[in-house]
Design a protein around this ligand. Structure first.
Ligand code: HEM
Length: 466
């Protein structure tokens, strides 16, 4: 059977709001307990700092509760069992396309993040070989080269915004390793800028996102999208015409087929390419920034990582990466919509309404994680890791929709962190205070300004005040 994409969805936020309101009216069972009355204060608090509100909800109402955000009720499910329920045991009862990520369809199209059911299963099957361990290992040379190039100009005492620097680097790596494009070619560089411009749409005020017509953010998004599409389509045509292939993921997607011998159409490849670029970009970048934020504040953890690297092992770095992803999982929310009413932990949840799991809050529950606010990579050391309950740690999601780019992302973070730590000991710039922004992924709101110090052995036990 040929692969058929799902029907298009409305791109206008007003239509989506009307859809939410109608779905809420149709609810046949009551919403879980929570804050179900509209409150501007709470809506603002959620959009600025969702974490404290989610932790309070868990404490007051339990693992499943409701928060009214803007026009509609949204259900949150927190904790190990809830994560497992939504991503593994009852995943089929939740749609991604109709969750909040559906807002991204105007840019992403019908890639893995915004499709469901059989179309998702078959698309993922076609793509999986491209993300096999051996394929990802082949991208190591590109990562090494790009990181060495990026770091070459760094000098002792210099101030660098590590977040901004990594963002540029990650885009260059993605262009080469995922798509075989040349980040020094003028046309390809402007596509990278267009991609950043397109993403900017979602950081605009919600009221501006609703507007259509000349000069609006929507119009800018659409023209950036057209330019990126032209580049991707031209590259697909060129590769198909010449038969040229490389070690990049696009090369593999061009020839991949599923068990029925069905491959990806040109439009489908474009959507998957855009989805990979989106899903892999800020997630990796933010993790590098958060990792260095934590290592700069914790002399003991940094010393362990640096000494281990000097001995030729990345084991301690892996633990620090795991712990960073516990405290700051960039893809912090798993937005879905319930297809059928269901019961979880004795609580009824209606169909048709947004239901989210949230790794960020789940990773900080005091009844699951001792001293949840403390950066402690040793939680993941052999012997302790096995004590972590099933479903408690979900920075890459779970089940059949676990992050397909996990290995690629981990390898990239490891490569960047190793190269930096072998030469430098980045200190937080004086007066810097981390503030976390949360849309669409969590990241450091004001970047991560650091001062580069030539590497000296860090003094164990020195935990610098935040
Ligand atoms: C530190 C890096 C990364 C983190 C923390 C991360 C996290 C996640 C999470 C939590 C999900 C599932 C979301 C949900 O359940 O709603 C996901 C899905 C996905 N990620 Fe990642 N990701 C990372 C890097 C990457 C990279 C580098 C790529 C691509 C090269 C990528 C591509 C994807 C795709 C395509 C999906 C959708 C998979 C599916 O539904 O079948 N991610 N990621």
């Amino acid at each position: 059977m040929p692969l058929r994409p799902p029907p298009p969805v409305a791109s206008n936020p007003l239509v989506r709001i009307a859809h939410d309101v109608a779905a809420e009216r149709r609810a046949t069972v009551a919403f879980p307990k929570g804050w179900t009355r509209f409150s501007l204060r709470r809506t603002t608090a959620f959009s600025r700092k969702p974490l404290p509100l989610l932790l309070e909800g868990y404490e007051r109402f339990g693992p499943v509760f409701t928060i009214r955000i803007l026009h509609g009720n949204v259900v949150f499910m927190l904790g190990p069992e809830a994560n497992h329920y939504m991503t593994v045991s009852n995943a089929a009862n939740f749609s991604w396309r109709d969750g909040h990520l559906g807002d991204m369809i105007p840019l992403l199209g019908d890639g893995l993040l915004t499709i469901d059911g059989d179309f998702h299963r078959r698309s993922r099957m076609i793509m999986l070989p491209a993300f096999h361990r051996d394929q990802i290992a082949k991208t190591q040379a590109v990562m090494d080269e790009e990181v060495a190039r990026g770091i070459a100009g760094w000098r002792e005492g210099e101030r660098v915004d590590l977040y901004a620097w990594t963002r540029v680097l990650a885009l260059r790596i993605a262009m080469r390793a995922l798509f075989g494009l040349d980040p020094d070619n003028r046309a390809d560089v402007s596509a990278a800028h267009d991609f950043e411009e397109a993403l900017g749409f979602w950081s605009r005020d919600y009221t501006l996102q609703v507007l259509r017509g000349p000069g609006t953010p929507w119009r800018r998004l659409m023209s950036a999208r057209r330019r990126i599409d032209a580049l991707i389509f031209a590259e697909i045509d060129r590769r198909r015409a010449t038969g040229e292939r490389g070690e990049d993921i696009l090369s593999l997607l061009l020839d991949a087929t599923d068990e029925e011998g069905e491959g990806l159409s040109k439009g489908h490849i474009r959507d998957e390419v855009m989805t990979l670029l989106f899903a892999g970009h800020d997630t990796t970048t933010s993790t590098v920034a958060f990792l260095f934020h934590e290592l700069a504040r914790d002399g003991e953890a940094r010393a362990r990582v640096v000494e281990d690297l000097a001995a030729g092992s990345t084991a301690e770095l892996e633990l620090a990466m795991d712990e960073t992803l516990r405290l700051y999982p960039p893809a912090w929310i798993g937005p879905r919509r319930a297809l059928e009413p269901f019961e979880f932990a004795g609580v009824q949840v209606p169909a048709g309404i947004p239901v989210n799991y949230c790794s960020w809050a789940s990773h900080r529950l005091p009844d699951v994680w001792p001293e949840p606010e403390r950066f402690d990579p040793q939680r993941f050391a052999p012997g302790s890791r096995e004590q972590i309950p099933k479903g408690a740690y979900v920075p890459f999601g779970g089940g059949s929709r676990t992050c397909i780019g996990m290995r690629f992302g981990q390898q990239e973070i490891r490569t960047i962190a190793t190269a930096i730590l072998e030469r430098f000991n980045p200190e937080l710039a004086p007066g810097y205070e981390l503030e976390v922004r949360q849309m669409p992924t969590i990241g450091p709101k004001h970047g991560l300004p650091v001062i580069l110090r030539a590497r000296v052995p860090a003094s164990p036990g020195a935990r610098v005040a935040a």
